[in-house]
Design a protein around this ligand. Structure first.
Ligand SMILES: *[C@@H]1O[C@H](CO)[C@@H](O)[C@H](O)[C@H]1NC(C)=O
Ligand SMILES: *[C@@H]1O[C@H](CO)[C@@H](O)[C@H](O)[C@H]1NC(C)=O
Ligand SMILES: *[C@@H]1O[C@H](CO)[C@@H](O)[C@H](O)[C@H]1NC(C)=O
Length: 362
């Protein structure tokens, strides 16, 4: 998220005396170890996705955020642009992915009560990614953090079928994270990737495009038949679904006119959403101190998404600690308007505990 945007927010939101915040498990928080920052900076990503800077991060800063927001456990992942950061350079992608996953695995090993991780994959290189799935699993990955697209290859693309089939065999959890929308043209040595951002640099990509790419990825996971084929994969969709909710009815109803597409059955999709999908609460899911109004209410009430499908997310350090705290305070108020105490406990902790313990909804 944009730092400047948050500074504006700071001016408009009074930071009242710290309130007691319910204990929580954070499934959406990021780590940026020094070698990863250098790799980003050294390969044209000093302003990742149009943001002013690569946010600072350290294990101590992470722990301090956790203390402030009463996070008992953080599941770490690499944010956009992921670990395959130069189109066509799979060697770099493989090394960076391995180093990041090894780093997170060590954090988990050193402090398993407080840290877990969604491992990255060096996609779009499928062979390397299949190897990494095994290595990261043996190192204790809690699941896998996948970008919505890899240089234009979207989750759900047939090119990634073997990846999802393997994840399905493992009964893996897949945390989806948005990145810049891209189009891939051509194949092999002639392949080209171009940005699919019609407004160019006018709007930094995380503000809107991340939400569109999230929706695009989920629609494609259903439309491609990946969700049908992989009933053992559990998906976490960030930011309360991004731009997906208003499209839910639409992509199902229109599936019959998609050339070569599969016809989706509304009841089946509903069942899959209820069993295989979680949504995290990172970002502006409440419209201020608003009595529970805003994005989350639309998802929960408009589309009947149960409290059992919701998980807490901070988006640290792209959301800095003071804003993690501010969002947590809004969330406390907002969730109290929407849910009972038992339901809120499930959202903050219970659902994540069951997910991390590998309990599947059958
Ligand atoms: C954290 O949560 C626990 C359990 O809900 C509560 O007792 C404690 O006061 C909370 N701490 C903070 C700093 O809010
Ligand atoms: C890939 O990146 C590495 C590290 O920056 C560099 O040494 C190498 O030359 C690159 N390979 C290609 C094919 O661009
Ligand atoms: C899904 O998981 C179940 C139980 O863990 C397993 O028996 C089954 O083979 C898995 N399905 C696939 C397609 O891998």
């Amino acid at each position: 998220m944009l730092l400047t945007l948050f500074y504006t927010l700071l001016l408009t939101c009074s930071t009242a005396a710290a309130m007691t915040l319910p204990k929580r498990i954070d499934v959406h928080s990021h780590f940026l170890p020094p070698f990863y920052r250098s790799a980003l900076a050294g390969n044209g990503h000093s302003h990742p996705d149009g943001m002013p800077a690569i946010p600072s991060w350290s294990i101590d800063a992470h722990l301090s955020m956790m203390k402030t927001a009463n996070v008992s456990k953080s599941i770490l992942s690499i944010s956009s642009p992921g670990t395959h950061i130069v189109v066509g350079n799979s060697t770099l992608g493989r090394h960076l992915t391995r180093e990041c996953n090894a780093y997170a695995a060590n954090m988990k090993k050193d402090d398993p009560e407080r840290f877990g991780f969604w491992a990255s994959l060096p996609l779009p290189d499928v062979e390397l990614a299949l190897q990494e799935i095994d290595v990261a699993s043996s190192e204790g990955a809690d699941g896998f953090g996948l970008m919505t697209n890899y240089h234009g290859t979207y989750v759900g693309s047939p090119a990634l079928d073997t990846i999802f089939d393997r994840l399905n065999e493992l009964g893996a959890t897949v945390f989806i994270h948005p990145t810049k929308p891209c189009i891939k043209q051509g194949d092999g040595v002639n392949a080209q990737t171009i940005d699919a951002t019609p407004f160019g640099e006018q709007y930094p990509v995380p503000i809107f495009e991340f939400f569109f790419d999230t929706a695009r990825a989920v629609v494609n996971l259903f439309g491609s038949g990946t969700v049908d084929r992989c009933p053992n994969v559990t998906f976490i969709i960030p930011h309360s679904g991004g731009a997906l909710p208003p499209l839910l009815t639409r992509f199902i109803q229109f599936s019959s006119v998609v050339p070569g597409g599969r016809v989706l059955d509304a009841n089946k999709v509903r069942e899959q959403l209820d069993k295989q999908f979680y949504f995290d609460l990172a970002g502006f899911v409440f419209d201020g101190e608003s009595g529970g109004h805003g994005q989350l209410r639309a998802l929960v009430e408009g589309f009947e998404i149960s409290h059992e499908r919701l998980l807490y997310g901070s988006d640290f350090p792209f959301t800095q600690t003071e804003f993690v705290e501010m969002f947590a305070e809004r969330m406390k108020d907002g969730l109290e308007h929407l849910f009972s105490e038992g339901q809120r406990d499930a959202i903050y902790e219970g659902n994540a505990k069951r997910l991390l313990a590998g309990e599947r909804d059958k």
